[in-house]
Structures are given as structure tokens and as C-alpha cells.
Design a protein around this ligand. Structure first.
Ligand code: FAD
Ligand code: S2G
Ligand code: ZN
Length: 479
């Protein structure tokens, strides 16, 4: 393999082929700290041509490749396995915004551009790139496309696959597919762009993308609402959709345990309401400069919601600073939960009408399996997507490395996951709403799919990556 490493150094330069343990450490452990692997090397190409040369060299040497963007993925898809045979190909140096066309409503970027930088480039051009995730300061567009990421704007703008018009991809044999046409209408064969979106690095390396831009939303009406429960939240969603129509851009839920984590660990966070509630909703209407009735619309919705016992109380943002403070209560949950130690994350979708019953049904089953475990529940209820993330009991002593109850949580993880997956499948939901499968959920997902569906996915994988070198073990379990 030294020949391969020498070839890779010839392609990207010595400084961008990392092999020393300290140099590769940040690339082989995922954001949760739970999934750690070993790499033959970490390679950091600076252009599509260099990516193509790196992939071709690995293909000839029979070395598996794990594409990596910002390494914020949550299902162990962007870090290598423990074999030490895989080359991590980091897109982190490919950060060029290639073109912005406000009239066509497109922005063309390298895969390594961080999501927040795409948002900023769109804003400078007087437009909006709507995707928004809590990880937007470090996740990359390549990773967003590869995982078909969701986030808080899906309700109005859709998943990543609805935000992309074309891709540039380095195929497993090193050839480059240039699909960066960016046309709204192009009915000339299979939709290859959509095939690569959500493929999690298993079909090729995304090196560039043409993304859609939308009218900038400069007007916002935002509220943090105490609601009696999930059923009330779902009914309030219906009321807001009916009244606000396309202006409804955010509808997120969080339970009291989620808020308490943020209040405990997010500096400056404070509860905007006088009385505690079991459940909360963050709701936001957004519009352009001419939409000047949003505040009245939101006030009317909230007033009718209180009348109908769908809402208990609400804090409406009176300034951009207050708006940011309300958003921080939602966006801060992930980081806050991480402070308290191990988290068993479940990112599930349920039919919206089944959400309330599912939460009521799964709670006692989880509590029976691990008494005192905390079902920190939050997420994109407008999409039917809950983050049902379990933490160790609050009673278990906390230390800098987490809580004593973490070991019990980890020991019960497989049993708890199966109980949760079985109940989601029984409700015709999905065991991965937006985070993808990676290595962590590949086997579980396949077990809930029909043989035909798994065969079809394996046929696609064989057609594009016959040697099985692209991110082996991710998305599909080994055959
Ligand atoms: P990585 O973690 O580097 O990789 C993720 C996957 O994509 C891997 O399988 C990798 O092989 C593949 N990949 C990466 N780059 C490429 C490429 N150029 N070509 C081919 N394959 C590639 N996710 C959501 O959907 N919604 C959320 O609301 C959300 N919130 C989050 C909040 C926090 C605090 C954190 C830590 C994560 C959150 N995530 C969320 C998960 C994560 O941010 C997303 O999955 C994101 O899309 C990953 O991007 P990344 O660049 O970090 O990818
Ligand atoms: C979110 C973040 C990931 C997690 O905040 O919407 O997708 O479960 C999640 O911590
Ligand atoms: Zn999410």
C-alpha cells in the first residue's frame, strides 16, 4: 500500500495525505464520539481533478474510499470502519462558490462548501438558500446531498433532494460525471442527480452541485408556544397551515426534558414563559418585504389556539434578538444533550396523525426497559419527524464524562432500538427520517424492507460500484 500512498502524495501533495494518528484523529471519530474507526490514510484533494485522480488510484489499488465532508453525520457513514484499510477522502479543501445566478435562482458550489457559507452567499445575492440544520456551521453541501439532509425548513421547502438541480460526481472508477446543467426542465433520461442524492458516499463522490435559490424572507413572525401535548401540537399545525398557508415555514416540537437540557447547558438561555409545560412548539411565519401582515396572522392563530385549548401560553418574538433567542432553545438541544453524556438517538418519521399515539405508546415501553431513562423528544413535527433521543436518568450522578447511567443506557441500546424500530414499522413510519443509515442503521433498515427493495438497491450498487469500494458497509449491509 506504500505505492498507493506515494501516488496519492503525487496527486495532492505530501501535506494533504495524513497517516499519523494525531493528524487523522478528527477524521476517524464521528460527532457523537461513539463511532471510531481507523484509516489507511486521510487524503484532502483540492479540486475535482484531484478527487478523480485519488479515486482512480484507490480503485486500481483496490482500496476502499470513505468520502467525508464536515463529519457531522450521526449514523457513522462518514468515518472509516476499524479495518484500517479504508482511505478517508475529505472534501474539506473544496470550498469554492463557483457561480450565483439570482435571476435563474441558482448557486453552483464545490461539495466542500459549508452550509452556512452557501446561506451567506445566497443572502449577499438577495436570495435565500433555505436549508437549515443545527450543524450548518460545519456540515458541507456534499454531506447534505449525500445524506439528503432535512432540517427545520423542510415543511416549506422540502428535503435536500428538492433543492438540487444538478451534480458533478466522481464515479468509483475515477471518471467524472458533469451533470451541472442547472436546468429546471431536463427530461432526457434517468434522473441521475436524484440517484446520487441520499447515496451516502456509496455510489460516488459528489464534487459540485447546482442548488436552487428562493426569494429572500425578510419578514418573520416567531413564537415559542406551550401546548398541552403532541395531539394539540398536531392540531395547532393544522390550524397554522390553514391560516398561514405558504407563509408557515417552521413548526418544531420539543418536550420539557429537551428544554431543561438547554436551560441547563446553553449559556444565556432562559425560559420565555412563566409556567413550565410538558410540550412546546416553535412556530414561524416568513415572508418577503411586502408581506406585512405576518404578526397579525400569528397573533390570530395563537388567539384561536388558546380558545380551542390547543395552546396554553406563548412568547412572541418582539425583535430579531428575541427571535434568535427563541430559535436557540430549539437549535441548542443537540449540543445540550451531548453535555450530559451518552444519547441513544432515534430519528424517526411517523404518519403525522399517529405521532401522539406513538409517543404515548412507546414511553412506558422504554421506561419499563430502563427505569428513569429520559426520552428527550423534539424535532420537525410538521414533517412527522421526531428525534426520540434517550438520555440516562437525571438522577444518575453526573460527571465530566457523562452520567453513571450511561453504561446502562449503552447496554440497553440494542434492546431499546429494536423496541423503537418495531413500533415505528408497525405505525408505517421510517426508522431514519433525515440522518440516513450509515453503518449504524444499514442492517436494521434492510431488515424492515422487502427482499425486492433490498435487491433493487443492491442492483444499483453493483451497477455503479461493481468492486464495492465506495464506502463499504454504509447504507447497505454487506451482502
Ligand atoms: P459527513 O458527516 O462528513 O458525511 C455524511 C455522509 O455523507 C457519509 O456517508 C459520507 O460518506 C457522505 N459524504 C460526505 N460528503 C460527501 C461527498 N462529497 N460525496 C459523497 N458522499 C459524501 N441532519 C439533518 O438531516 N437534519 C438536522 O436537523 C440535523 N441537525 C444536526 C444537528 C447537529 C448538532 C449535528 C451534529 C448534526 C445534525 N444533522 C442533521 C446531521 C448532519 O449534520 C447531516 O447529516 C449533514 O448532512 C452531514 O453533512 P457533513 O458534511 O457533516 O457529512
Ligand atoms: C435536529 C439533530 C441531531 C440529533 O436537531 O433536528 O436532526 O438528533 C437533529 O441530535
Ligand atoms: Zn433534525
Amino acid at each position: 500500500m506504500t505505492d498507493l500512498l506515494d501516488r496519492l502524495r503525487d496527486v495532492v501533495g505530501d501535506d494533504h495525505v495524513l497517516t499519523a494518528a494525531d493528524d487523522v484523529a478528527a477524521y476517524v471519530v464521528d460527532w457523537t464520539g461513539v463511532h471510531a474507526g481507523a484509516a489507511l490514510a486521510v487524503v484532502r484533494p483540492g479540486s475535482t481533478d484531484e478527487v478523480a485522480a485519488v479515486v482512480a488510484a484507490c480503485h486500481e489499488a483496490g482500496a476502499p474510499v470513505v468520502p467525508q465532508g464536515g463529519n457531522t453525520g450521526l449514523v457513522a457513514g462518514g468515518v472509516p470502519d476499524a479495518s484500517g484499510s479504508q482511505v478517508v477522502l475529505s472534501l474539506g479543501r473544496m470550498r469554492t462558490v463557483r457561480d450565483v445566478d439570482p435571476v435563474a435562482g441558482t448557486i453552483t458550489v464545490d461539495a466542500g462548501v459549508v452550509l452556512a457559507d452557501v446561506q451567506a452567499a445566497a443572502e449577499r445575492a438577495g436570495r435565500l438558500f433555505p436549508m437549515s440544520l443545527g450543524s450548518e456551521g460545519s456540515c458541507t453541501i456534499g454531506g447534505n446531498l449525500a445524506t439528503n439532509a432535512g432540517g427545520t425548513a423542510v415543511l416549506r421547502y422540502g428535503m435536500t433532494r428538492e433543492l438540487v438541480l444538478g451534480l458533478e460526481v466522481v464515479l468509483p472508477d475515477g471518471r467524472v460525471w458533469d451533470g451541472l446543467r442547472g436546468l429546471r426542465k431536463d427530461n432526457t433520461g434517468y434522473d441521475l442527480t436524484q440517484l446520487f442524492v441520499g447515496s451516502e458516499g456509496t455510489l460516488g463522490v459528489i464534487t459540485g452541485a447546482v442548488l436552487r435559490l428562493f426569494p429572500a424572507t425578510t419578514r418573520h413572525a416567531t413564537a415559542w408556544v406551550a401546548v398541552p401535548g403532541v395531539a394539540a401540537a398536531v392540531a395547532l399545525l393544522g390550524l397554522a397551515q390553514e391560516r398561514a398557508g405558504a407563509h408557515l415555514s417552521t413548526f418544531e416540537i420539543a418536550n420539557r426534558q429537551a428544554l431543561e437540557l438547554v436551560l441547563a447547558h446553553l449559556p444565556g438561555a432562559s425560559d420565555p414563559l412563566a409556567e413550565p409545560s410538558d410540550w412546546y412548539v416553535l412556530v414561524e411565519l416568513a415572508g418577503t418585504a411586502t408581506d406585512d401582515g405576518l404578526d397579525d396572522s400569528l397573533e390570530a392563530i395563537l388567539g384561536d389556539a388558546v380558545e380551542a385549548d390547543l395552546a396554553i401560553d406563548a412568547a412572541v418574538a418582539s425583535s430579531p434578538a428575541r427571535r434568535s433567542a427563541l430559535w436557540a432553545l430549539r437549535e441548542g438541544i443537540s449540543e445540550a444533550q451531548k453535555v450530559e453524556g451518552a444519547t441513544l438517538k432515534q430519528d424517526v418519521t411517523l404518519p403525522i396523525a399517529r405521532l401522539a399515539d406513538w409517543v404515548d405508546e412507546i414511553g412506558p415501553r422504554v421506561a419499563a426497559a430502563l427505569p428513569g431513562v429520559r426520552p428527550v423528544t423534539y424535532g420537525h413535527v410538521g414533517d412527522g419527524n421526531l428525534h426520540y433521543n434517550l438520555s440516562a436518568p437525571a438522577s444518575s450522578p453526573a460527571s465530566t464524562e457523562g452520567r453513571d447511567g450511561d453504561a446502562d443506557l449503552r447496554a440497553a441500546a440494542a434492546h431499546l432500538s429494536t423496541a423503537i424500530y418495531d413500533s415505528v414499522a408497525a405505525a408505517n413510519g421510517s426508522i431514519s427520517a433525515e440522518h440516513g443509515l450509515g453503518r449504524a442503521k444499514a442492517a436494521a433498515a434492510a431488515s424492515y424492507k422487502s427482499e425486492v427493495e433490498v435487491d433493487l438497491m443492491r442492483a444499483v450498487k453493483r451497477a455503479l460500484d461493481p468492486d464495492g469500494l465506495m464506502n463499504p458497509g454504509a447504507l447497505l449491509p454487506p451482502p
